[in-house]
Design a protein around this ligand. Structure first.
Ligand SMILES: Nc1ncnc2c1ncn2[C@@H]1O[C@H](COP(=O)(O)OP(=O)(O)OP(=O)(O)O)[C@@H](O)[C@H]1O
Length: 327
C-alpha cells in the first residue's frame, strides 16, 4: 500500500546542513499497522511528513496505492493527499469549532453538500465513540477525546492510509491504551493501513504487525515483528523483552532464548531438558501476546561450557527458537 525507495531529506541552512532522512526503503502492506520506532531526532517526523509530501524529499520515491506521489505537481497532489489521513501528537484542532465542526472541515474543502456532510460527520463521530460530544469545543474535551476528534477528521475523506505522528505521546497511559485500541479496531473494521511513528516500545508491542528501528535518518532494522524477533542481535527483540545484564555463573552457560509464533506456545525448554537430559534453569524472561504474534524471551542457565552446550543450542534452533549465548 505504501512503497518508499531510497528517500532522502536534508534541511539546509546557512549555518549547517542536517541530514534528517538518509536513504530509507519502506514497504507497508495493505491492512497492516507499521510502527517506526526511534529516539528524538532520529528523523521519524520528517519521514512521515515525506509520505504525504507535506515535506518534499530531496530524492527517492513515494508510492501510495499505486500512485507515485513524488511525481505529482501541486494540484493533483492536493487531490491525492485525500488518500492519506494524518493524526497529530497535539491534535491540531481548531479551538473555535466544535468537535463536529472540526470533523466537517475536510469535507467542506471538498465541497460536499451540507446534508451529506452532516450525515458523514455523525457517522465518523460514532465510529470513534464520540457521538455524544458533537457540540463540544476542544477546550471542553479531554486529551483522549480530542485525539478521537483528530482521528475522525483524518478519516473524513475516506483515506486508505492513516499516518499517525506520535498520536498517544501527549496522553496518560490509560488514555493511550484506549486510543491504541481504537486504532487497532479501525484497522480491523475498515481494513485501514496505518503507518505510525513513536518513541514508545509499548505502542509496537500492542498494535504493530511490522516495525522499523530508526536511527540517524536510517533504518537499523525493519520487517514483520515475528521475523525481527528471530534475527540475531535484534534491537527490537531486546526492547520488547528487556533482560538485565547477564550474570556470570561458573560452570554454567547462560543462554537467551527468543521464540515467536507457534514456537512461543511449545514446551520448548521441557523438550530440551528431556531430549538432552539437561538441568535447565530459568533465570529471567517472559512470554507475551503482541499484536501480531505470541512471543517471548527467556534467559536460561545450562550446565557446562558454551562448547559443551552446542548440541543444546542446535536443538533449540531446530525448533524455531533463536538461541544466543548471553553477552
Ligand atoms: N524544519 C527543520 N529545519 C531544520 N532542521 C530540522 C527541521 N525539522 C527537523 N529538523 C532536524 O532534523 C532531524 C530529524 O528531526 P525529526 O523531527 O524528523 O526527528 P524525530 O525522530 O521525529 O524527532 P522527535 O521525536 O523529537 O520529533 C533533527 O536533527 C531535527 O533537528
Amino acid at each position: 500500500m505504501i512503497q518508499i525507495e531510497d528517500l532522502r531529506k536534508t534541511y539546509r541552512s546557512r549555518r549547517r546542513d542536517v541530514v534528517a532522512v538518509d536513504g530509507v526503503d519502506l514497504g507497508v502492506r495493505q491492512g497492516e499497522i507499521f510502527g517506526v520506532l526511534g529516539q528524538s531526532g532520529a528523523g521519524k517526523s520528517t519521514l512521515l511528513r515525506c509520505v504525504n509530501l507535506l515535506e518534499r524529499p530531496d530524492a527517492g520515491t513515494v508510492v501510495v496505492d499505486g500512485l507515485e506521489l513524488t511525481a505529482l505537481r501541486e494540484r493533483p497532489l492536493r487531490a491525492a493527499r485525500r488518500r492519506v489521513g494524518m493524526v497529530h501528537q497535539h491534535f491540531a484542532l481548531l479551538s473555535s469549532r466544535t468537535a463536529a465542526g472540526n470533523v466537517a472541515l475536510p469535507l467542506e474543502v471538498t465541497g460536499m453538500p451540507r446534508a451529506d456532510r452532516a450525515r458523514r460527520v455523525a457517522e465518523l463521530l460514532e465510529l470513534v465513540g464520540l457521538e455524544q460530544r458533537a457540540a463540544a469545543y476542544p477546550a471542553q474535551l479531554s486529551g483522549g477525546q480530542k485525539q478521537r476528534v483528530g482521528i475522525a477528521r483524518a478519516l473524513a475523506a475516506g483515506p486508505q492510509v492513516l499516518l499517525s505522528d506520535e498520536a498517544t505521546s501527549a496522553l496518560d497511559p490509560e488514555t493511550t491504551g484506549s486510543i491504541l485500541d481504537l486504532l487497532l479496531d479501525l484497522n480491523r473494521r475498515l481494513g485501514l493501513t496505518i503507518l505510525l511513528i513513536t518513541h514508545e516500545m509499548d505502542v509496537v508491542r500492542r498494535i504493530c504487525h511490522s516495525a522499523a528501528v530508526m536511527r540517524d535518518g536510517r533504518f537499523a532494522e525493519s520487517g514483520q515483528v515475528a521475523d525481527l524477533l528471530r534475527r540475531p542481535g535484534s534491537e527490537l527483540a531486546r526492547g520488547l523483552f528487556p533482560l538485565p545484564p547477564a550474570p556470570h555463573r561458573p560452570g554454567e552457560t547462560v543462554v537467551d532464548v527468543t521464540v515467536s509464533g507457534e514456537a512461543a506456545d511449545e514446551p520448548i525448554l521441557a523438550g530440551l531438558a528431556r531430549a538432552l537430559d539437561l538441568d535447565v534453569r530459568i533465570l529471567d524472561g517472559a512470554v507475551q501476546s503482541l499484536a501480531a504474534t505470541r512471543a517471548g524471551r527467556l534467559r536460561i542457565a545450562l550446565p557446562g561450557s558454551a562448547d559443551d552446550n552446542a548440541p543444546a543450542l542446535r536443538h533449540l534452533r531446530e525448533r524455531g527458537a533463536l538461541a544466543e549465548v548471553a553477552a
